[in-house]
Design a protein around this ligand. Structure first.
Ligand SMILES: [Zn+2]
Ligand SMILES: [Zn+2]
Length: 396
């Protein structure tokens, strides 16, 4: 890594790694981040920030003002861990069974804390910076909960920024793009009901398993046959639950899954086609279907001006050739999207591949049971946030 990390932040690397590993050891699920939120609030207060808690239940906002400027921006990190079992065996392994910082939000939290500490000391900006620590990013819409609790009405800010570590890129590289960068995520449940009965007398039943099997097969044709090939879309069936006995035809099957898209019209088209297929195929098998389709996360859409500025800041730190500002959007989703619906802004990927050889971090993607946030990335992430704030709100 040859990036221009601020010396004051490079010096803090070992201390920040300790903070990060402590949070990793004590992971908390969405809306339950009480310990983590307390640590964040206490540290922000100790740096001299004004602290507001209880936004989105466990969300925390730190306010830092300097100079006479009345402009304000928001920088956002996420606090929550995943409901999955960690497979690492190092000293900072999760102490909670089935809860694991498998997405690196422990690192995100510490990088933003590092920037708050730095900027509170350096006072190298003019205006107000809101440090936003949101709960429940992993599927529970904590970003939306903070917005509903008044994040943008209680705290006036002109733009808002997010960051995710990205283990597919080395530390010292960044990737971003204008427009849609991460997909909208919808979820759905289909219940197919028939007439259960004795497995030896199928002619007296209407078999919901056979109907549901046909529905699963037909759902595979929606993306390939009804969506414009130029439009990215994914439809996955991820649950198929039915039956308890060897000799009973169950009267109900529950199917579930997800849909990812960038264009809302494509999502609508998919939903409509799913209803048609589930209903009519079930009917052909003497069954009925009820479809519950829910829009979960909107797409992450980066606004042009803010994206150019973030790419420039990243280039200034990492070097001209280390920032891909036309990266391919990914079909994953991210609830920073709810904040980008309210204010212009930019969400960027920061390389985090590598690792300290502590058994994790190297070579695997987020959400892998062997993942660990790479502490080598901490000073660069904190420098990116600091430099971004200084660029957005230049000291007069
Ligand atoms: Zn995640
Ligand atoms: Zn994440």
């Amino acid at each position: 890594m040859n990036a221009h990390v601020y010396p004051a932040l490079a010096e803090k690397q070992a201390e920040h790694a300790k903070w990060r590993q402590d949070i990793h050891r004590h992971p908390e699920l969405g809306f339950e981040e009480h310990r983590t939120a307390k640590i964040v609030a206490e540290k922000l207060e100790s740096f001299g920030l004004e602290v507001f808690t209880g936004y989105g239940k466990t969300g925390v906002v730190g306010k830092l003002s300097n100079g006479r400027g009345n402009r304000a921006v928001g920088l956002r990190a996420d606090l929550d861990a995943l409901p999955m079992q960690e497979k690492n065996e190092f000293g900072h392994k999760s102490v909670h069974d089935g809860v694991f910082h498998g997405c690196g939000h422990d690192g995100h939290t510490v990088m933003l804390l590092g920037a708050a500490e730095y900027l509170a000391k350096s006072k190298s900006f003019d205006g107000t910076i809101y440090f936003i620590f949101q709960p429940a990013e992993e599927g529970l819409s904590g970003g939306a909960a903070m917005v509903e609790d008044g994040l943008f009405t209680d705290f006036e800010m002109e733009s808002v920024y997010g960051l995710h570590n990205w283990p597919q890129l080395p530390v010292g590289e960044f990737a971003v793009c204008e427009g849609p960068m991460m997909a909208a995520a919808d979820v759905w449940d289909i219940t197919i009901s028939g007439k259960g009965g004795h497995a030896a007398l199928p002619h007296l039943s209407t078999d919901s398993i056979v109907a549901a099997s046909a529905v699963v097969q037909a759902l595979q044709t929606i993306v390939s046959r009804t969506v414009n090939p130029q439009e990215p879309a994914v439809l996955s069936v991820t649950k198929f639950h039915a039956g308890d006995a060897y000799n009973v035809i169950p009267d109900e099957v529950k199917l579930s899954g997800g849909v990812r898209t960038f264009n809302p019209r494509v999502a609508e088209r998919i939903e409509g086609k799913m209803r048609e297929i589930a209903g009519q195929i079930s009917e052909a098998h003497g069954c009925t279907a009820s479809v519950d389709y829910r829009k979960n996360y909107p797409p992450v859409i980066n606004t042009p001006e803010e994206t150019r500025l973030c790419a420039d800041v990243a280039r200034g730190l990492a070097g001209e050739d280390k920032v891909d500002d036309k990266t391919t959007p990914v079909m994953g989703s991210e609830d920073f999207a709810f904040m980008l619906q309210e204010r212009p802004g930019c969400y960027i990927f920061m390389g985090s591949a590598g690792g300290l050889g502590n058994g994790g971090g190297g070579g695997c993607m987020v959400h892998n049971p062997g993942y660990d946030f790479n502490d080598e990335a901490l000073p660069l992430g904190a420098t990116y946030w600091s430099r971004l704030a200084e660029t957005l709100l230049p000291a007069s």
